[in-house]
Design a protein around this ligand. Structure first.
Ligand SMILES: Cc1cc2nc3c(=O)[nH]c(=O)nc-3n(C[C@H](O)[C@H](O)[C@H](O)COP(=O)(O)OP(=O)(O)OC[C@H]3O[C@@H](n4cnc5c(N)ncnc54)[C@H](O)[C@@H]3O)c2cc1C
Length: 410
């Protein structure tokens, strides 16, 4: 690892978690010559089915980190529309034409998270001048600090333990964060929703036959979710919430054919589609009381989490990281003191509570609790879209704007 700058107030950052937040943080720090060590509990990157779409603000951070070109190279070539449909008749209620932004460099990014983090990891290894060290099989079990340093206790593959010290520890270790638990125990204000969220990728030629494309939000109290094209060759991602609680994963999957029959065009039986992969999740909206306690900082899902309707989770993690990096850069290069880290913690927490938490709850409400027959008149967001549809320039400005929900919506 390269030697730190002689006059800088700290020599490296210790990052817990090699997810999108942790790897992006390491990469952006390295671009300002700030060394970091990333500790990951798993023996490999986490490539389960999770995020796929990231709004314009996140795309801009990918460009800043110099990974956007690689992302675009393997992304789906066109993602033409996002629409909302009623499950009762599968008809569209309203649609957004994303072709308006297709020539924009910073348009929405569409690529499974598993592939994004592989690109980030490759850049950490190949484009960081040896400033980043990623250590797999390093499970953080506890975190501590005193006035002059911080440390993490780590369990290794052979169950032996090790203590690693650093001036600052950033917990990017996701929803079940050991770093957050070391700071606040089980206290993580917010709620867990009474749904099991079932995510699958499948091949089904009925989508093409019935003219479906892009992202399709499905509105229904029993079969709400999102259906979106994922790639060439008929691969689609279908997600839905199952409102029964307390079942085993196997019992939830026994209920899957009925959900898919209701939601997919042509109402297929299981022999008409091929399921490629499946993951089940619980969904929550929660936020830690503080994102900084002395030398220990939280970012991404470790700090806050929201339900996936709207695609805000990874995007918020990415924007946390960008804000935190700018604070570390100012501090490292002696343009600010450590108190600048409090500004990161306050600003990002306020943004989560004020916008991300509220909007992601509304997005969930829209698909799970709206009457599709009256949604167009009653839902303020749909009314806004209907107005914007009358003027291409306004719609395009809206889609490319920083505060946009729409692009972060799928
Ligand atoms: C079904 C689904 C769909 C989603 N869709 C979208 C979407 O379209 N757009 C969007 O923006 N967001 C979406 N999200 C949310 C998004 O996936 C998360 O917000 C994002 O992954 C958070 O990134 P992170 O780096 O903070 O945490 P994570 O991705 O959870 O990464 C944390 C890393 O830390 C590691 N780790 C955990 N504990 C320890 C430990 N003790 N020691 C060391 N390492 C540890 C983990 O193994 C993991 O590698 C979706 C989520 C789900 C479940």
């Amino acid at each position: 690892m390269a030697a730190p700058q002689a006059s800088s107030p700290f020599e490296k950052i210790l990052i817990v978690g090699a997810g999108p937040a942790g790897l992006l943080l390491a990469l952006l720090l390295s671009q300002q010559n700030i060394p970091s060590v990333v500790l990951e509990s798993w023996p490999c990157l986490d490539t389960r089915l999770r995020a796929v779409q990231y709004g314009v603000p996140a795309t801009r951070v990918f460009r800043r980190a110099k990974v956007l070109e690689d992302i675009r190279r393997i992304s789906i070539p066109k993602f033409p529309t996002i629409c909302w449909r009623s499950v009762a008749d599968l008809e569209k209620i309203i649609e957004i034409d994303l072709s308006l932004t297709e020539s924009e460099v910073d348009r929405m990014t569409v690529l499974p998270l598993g592939e994004i983090i592989q690109i980030l990891y490759r850049h950490c290894l190949d484009h960081a001048n040896g400033l980043i060290e990623v250590k797999f099989n390093h499970k953080v079990t506890d975190v501590g600090q005193n006035e002059s340093t911080a440390w993490v206790d780590v369990e290794l593959e052979d169950k032996s333990t090790e203590r690693i010290t650093a001036p600052y520890v950033v917990g990017c270790d996701g929803a079940s964060s050991a770093v957050r638990r070391a700071l606040f125990g089980r206290h993580w204000p917010g709620e867990t929703f009474p749904y099991r969220f079932v995510v699958q990728q499948l091949f089904y030629d009925g989508f093409e036959k019935h003219g479906w494309d892009g992202g399709n939000y499905m509105i229904d109290p029993d079969h709400w979710g999102l259906i979106a094209r994922r790639g060439n060759g008929g691969l689609w991602r279908v997600t839905y919430g199952d409102g029964l609680t307390g079942l085993t994963d196997e019992e939830y999957l026994q209920r899957r054919p009925a959900h898919l029959k209701a939601m997919l065009p042509g109402h297929p039986d299981p022999d008409q589609y091929t399921i490629e992969s499946t993951n089940l999740y619980r969904i929550h909206n929660r936020c830690a009381d503080k994102f900084r306690v002395g030398r220990v900082i939280l970012a991404g899902d470790a700090a806050h989490i929201c339900n996936p309707m709207g695609g805000y989770g990874a995007m918020s993690a990415i924007l946390d990281v960008e804000g935190l990096v700018d604070c570390f850069i100012g501090y490292y290069h002696n343009k600010a003191g450590p108190e600048i880290l409090d500004i990161y913690a306050k600003v990002r927490r306020d943004i989560f509570l004020r916008y991300v938490d509220t909007r992601s709850r509304k997005n969930l409400d829209r698909v799970a609790h709206t009457d599709p027959k009256t949604a167009l008149e009653k839902d303020g967001f749909f009314r806004l879209l209907a107005t914007l549809q009358k003027d291409e320039k306004s719609m395009k400005d809206f889609l490319m704007g920083d505060g946009v929900d729409v692009i972060a919506l799928v």
